[in-house]
Design a protein around this ligand. Structure first.
Ligand code: SF4
Length: 743
């Protein structure tokens, strides 16, 4: 960027600041930190505010300034919105917008997003074609024309020889914008590709809550301030639901007791009034034990049960075997703890249970949610404002947006093609039994070499010379290293989108702040180009991003009253128009087939939530005696995103394995020792941290680190298995057993 000599000094200074920021991707500027950036950009913005929109200087040069709203695309319940200012395609300011829920603050993962992703010097900005061995990350730049032509030709050849099902799309929450995550599905449905069961996260939890309540939308996030007894069950909002935490603190100021149920002493557990630490995977038994106490102590709400539930007799009989002594043996909790939790929960009003994802990743995961969701109906806590269950909010958007604009067209939805569960990717890529086998894998918004269980099996599949792997990405991820072709994806600052939320009540627009850098293109455009090259003419393959955004808002649903494309461009995000006092089940109104809360359902196997632990064979039990938890403890990574960014690596530090002092001493392990953690699927080298954050017999490893950046080339998912949960076909990744040894 060159500057005109006829600017005033203050404008020159400002633009120098802006220029520095825009070039922060260059090696020489890598040292700039967040504080320096804020100071610099404040100067810059102060000066920039002297002019607005295109400026014609006295020399006649023109510049374009722009301010737009966008929203965080990450798989996070908060869905922050932001305001971006630019001059001539350079970002000059990036701040949270004044969305009342996200309270003008982006989390540490995202505050430096333009520099960390959009302008990062490692970003992929041209199509790439593999030149070396798979996994070596050796590529040559090629033109879009060549890349589209070659990929289209290869896909057509696979379709002609084996049929569309030999092609497997693979995507998840790497970008939750509706356009950039959903539009590609039209292309895959059109070619008759295998369908991907996208169940790696949330699906077991949702299936469990739906079995009981018929919907997951219970208490809304802001209404937690009215609660007096809050149980955060398997969730760590201090880190992974950060904008809910101030509301929880407000409730505490109002007199609420905060309880955390978590086998790991998380950052939230450290701040809570009471931390209850059951063994991993025993939540179903604990919930049934609480119901045992509530019913036997006559602490239930008989009137609510009579009016709004079905199956109380079956439940009352069922929970008799979950007495406090038996549940104590299963969970490792004192029986007095179980009794006290049951009594204080049932006798507090309003009492609220907040669940999110944590306890779902076990073979018994869905049953746990199903059982926990029964507690508010048993105690009648739904009757009180701020009482009940808080889970997800996506159904509010499901009811109000125009989903015909987003989903695959009806004529394609009825096409029968096989489904492959994303958790079983390694199995699918290496199976000799699949017919047709997977000949092409098309990855976007995902990095399965890091995020999907059974990492070594996935890598073995990705090494297949006869597998065509195509990846749309920002960076050379551990998955992209195995690709035959890599397409440069736009970052969220460069494309249109619309973002609903699964954890808040705001709908957000994402307007591009800058033109796409280099040759990057949105996912949506990549699939339009492929469709054209493959000779398809159906109009649903060519709808523009902005039209999809506009059409998605074409709905006369009351929740969207006053929310339009134009209003969102002015505000960034707006809260849905929900009733003042949202109390969905104060008078029943469950969305089950009976309209009542289901304690018992003969159509589900088993008909009552039942604690059925995973069976390990004797040899495995003896060889791998420690239970491995792989959880979201990193502060700066979101799943696998940002793990490759230098300054984030420095701030995050290296990964540690939390080991209980008893397990460490029996293995002669000291704090800081280098360990090998291993089982039948793989091994990970990691440093020991001796702590009481985990109980004896349990070790805990963080998720998200890229294997290629760690010693030994493996990360947490090298140890996890591709087991499925009891309902919802989710991933039971917290069921791995390991042994550890000092190296
Ligand atoms: S990751 Fe979550 S908390 Fe952080 S900016 Fe995005 S939506 Fe907000």
């Amino acid at each position: 960027m060159t500057f005109s000599k006829c600017r005033t000094p203050i404008i020159d200074e400002a633009l120098e600041v802006i220029n520095n920021y825009s070039n922060m991707d260059s090696k020489k500027n890598k040292g700039i930190d967040r504080r320096e950036f804020i100071e610099l950009s404040t100067k810059g913005v102060a000066a920039v505010s002297l002019f607005s929109l295109p400026i014609i200087s006295s020399c006649g040069n023109s510049e374009t300034t722009k301010t737009v709203f966008g929203a965080c695309y990450h798989d996070c319940p908060d869905r922050c919105s932001w305001k971006v200012k630019t001059i001539d395609n350079k970002v000059t300011d990036f701040q949270a917008s004044q969305n009342p829920y996200t309270a003008g603050k982006l989390c540490d993962k995202m505050v430096n997003f333009p520099n960390d992703v959009t302008f990062h010097s490692d970003r992929i900005l041209t199509p790439l074609k593999r030149t070396g061995e798979k996994g070596k990350g050796e590529f040559a730049k090629i033109s879009w024309k060549q890349a589209i032509n070659e990929v289209a030709t290869k896909l057509k050849s696979i379709i002609n020889e084996k049929g569309g099902e030999a092609i497997l799309p693979y995507s998840f929450g790497g970008n939750q914008g509706k356009v950039q995550s959903k539009v590609p599905n039209r292309f895959f449905a059109h070619i008759g590709a295998s369908q991907l069961e996208r169940t790696i996260c949330g699906s077991a939890a949702v299936a469990g809550v739906l079995a009981t309540n018929g919907q997951t939308t219970g208490v809304l996030p802001e209404d937690i301030i009215h609660s007096k007894f809050i149980v955060l069950w398997g969730t760590n909002p201090v880190l992974s639901n950060q904008h809910l935490w101030p509301f929880i603190q407000k409730a505490k100021e109002n007199g609420a007791t905060i309880v955390v149920v978590d086998p790991f002493k998380s950052q939230t557990a450290e701040k809570a009034d009471w931390h209850i630490q059951p063994y991993p995977g025993t939540d179903t038994a604990l919930a049934l034990g609480l119901m045992h106490v509530i019913l036997n102590e006559n602490l239930h709400d008989q009137d609510y049960i009579d009016q709004y539930t079905v199956g109380i007799d079956e439940l009352a009989e069922h929970v008799q075997k979950y007495d406090p002594v038996s549940v104590s043996q299963i969970t490792g909790l004192e029986k007095e703890t179980i009794i006290l939790l049951a009594k204080t929960y049932a006798q507090s009003s309003p009492s609220l249970i907040r669940v999110l994802i944590g306890m779902e990743h076990q073979v018994n995961g869905s049953s746990a949610f199903r059982a926990v969701a029964m507690l508010p109906a048993l105690t009648g806590s739904w009757r009180h404002f701020g009482g009940g269950l808080m889970h997800m909010t996506y159904e509010l958007f499901g009811a109000s947006l125009n989903w015909e604009s987003i989903n695959i067209p009806k004529e394609l939805a009825s096409k029968e093609t096989r489904s492959i569960n994303m958790i079983e990717l390694g199995k699918a890529l290496t199976s000799k039994d699949l017919n047709p086998g997977v000949d092409a894998l098309f990855v976007f918004n995902s990095n399965p070499a890091v995020t999907t269980p059974n990492q070594n099996l996935i890598l073995k599949g990705l090494e297949r010379e006869d597998l065509l792997t195509i990846v749309s990405e920002h960076f050379m991820t551990d998955t992209a290293r195995y690709a035959d072709y890599v397409f440069p994806a736009t970052s969220v600052l460069e494309n249109w989108d619309i973002l609903d939320s699964w954890g808040s009540t705001y709908i957000n627009i994402n307007e591009p702040a800058i033109e796409p850098l280099g040759e990057s293109k949105p996912n949506s455009e990549l699939f339009r180009l492929l469709a054209r090259e493959m000779g398809f003419s159906e109009s649903y393959l060519y709808e523009s991003d902005i039209d999809i955004v506009k059409n998605t808002l074409q709905s006369d649903h009351e929740y969207l009253k006053g929310i339009t494309f134009e209003s969102l461009r002015k505000t960034g995000g707006q809260r849905l128009n929900l009733p003042d006092k949202w109390m969905p089940h104060a008078q029943g109104n469950f969305k089950t087939k009976t309209g009542k809360c289901h304690f018992y359902d003969e159509d589900i196997e088993p008909s009552l939530p039942t604690y059925i632990p995973r069976e390990y064979n004797k040899t495995d039990r003896e060889k791998y005696p420690l239970h491995l938890l792989t959880i979201k403890t990193p502060k700066y990574l979101l799943n696998s995103s940002h793990a490759n960014i230098d300054h984030i690596q420095k701030k995050e530090g290296k990964p540690y394995l939390e080991v209980n002092p008893n397990d460490a001493s029996t293995r002669n392990i000291a704090d800081g020792d280098e360990l090998k953690v291993y089982n039948q699927r793989g091994r990970v080298f990691i440093t020991a941290r001796i702590s009481n954050k985990v109980q004896r017999g349990i070790v805990c490893m963080p998720q998200g680190f890229w294997p290629s950046l760690l010693k030994g080339g493996s990360s947490a998912n090298a140890l996890t298995d591709h087991l499925l949960t009891d309902l919802g076909r989710g991933g039971a990744i917290q069921e791995a057993k390991v042994e550890i040894i000092k190296v």
